[in-house]
Design a binder for this molecule. Structure first.
Ligand code: G3P
Length: 215
């Protein structure tokens, strides 16, 4: 299973990369907007020096413009993955990128038919947004299970990337369902190594060791 961080902040990428657990980064225009003053190309290029896969989202909505942006972003660094929205124009762009050997991540996937369309158009990854389905009172992880079931019937190479992750339970279920990747916000990443019993157990070990020293 690959773990990505969902951020446009280079320091956060460097921190999690230093743990030795990080495979990639996903960014989106909303995350970029939070990092005031940062240059997008510079941010993406720096991240590409830290991890092997960095998703950079194109913002055009018509195929001809989307194609140009895909060409431009992919020229920045070999580790750039072009992030493409799940629209008809997006499908054309995914197909174009696939023919050019440009890696892609399809964003804003909310159904199995969308996932199948993206896979057939040659997407490298699909990003179903689980948290936003949870927000509507649904169970977003059921979509991941359904896509996994569909994937087990066919031979799609497209990787299932669990996005809009909001908590450690999402990561737990992504791993047990067999999603290829989860992209995780920094705050949730910091919670992943934690467990109350680990803290409690370590405290007891330290106390017992202290008593051995005082013999
Ligand atoms: O990776 C997609 C993610 O950035 C969206 O997350 O929390 O805005 O639904 P969220």
């Amino acid at each position: 299973m690959k773990l990505f961080i969902d951020t446009a902040n280079v320091d956060q990428v460097a921190e999690i990369a230093s743990w030795g657990v990080l495979d990639g980064v996903t960014t989106n225009p909303s995350l970029v907007a939070k990092e005031e003053g940062a240059d997008f190309k510079e941010t993406v290029t720096k991240m590409c020096g830290l991890v092997n896969e960095v998703s950079a989202q194109i913002t055009a909505t018509e195929f001809e413009e989307m194609k140009k942006q895909a060409d431009e972003y992919s020229s920045w660094h070999k580790n750039v993955v072009v992030k493409v929205p799940m629209t008809v124009e997006g499908l054309k762009t995914l197909n174009y990128c696939s023919s050019k050997g440009i890696h892609t991540n399809t964003t804003l996937v909310f159904s199995v038919p969308q996932a199948v369309m993206a896979a057939k158009s040659g997407a490298t990854m699909i990003s179903p947004f689980v948290g936003r389905l949870d927000d509507l009172g649904m169970d977003g992880m059921e979509l991941i299970q359904d896509i996994r079931t569909a994937w087990d019937h066919y031979n799609f190479d497209t990787q299932i990337l669990v996005a809009s992750v909001r908590n450690t339970e999402h990561v737990h279920r992504a791993a047990t369902i067999g999603a290829h990747i989860a992209t995780i916000p920094y705050k949730v990443f910091q919670e992943l190594p934690q467990h109350d019993l680990t803290d409690k157990g370590l405290k007891k070990f330290m106390e017992d060791w202290e008593s051995v020293q005082n013999r």
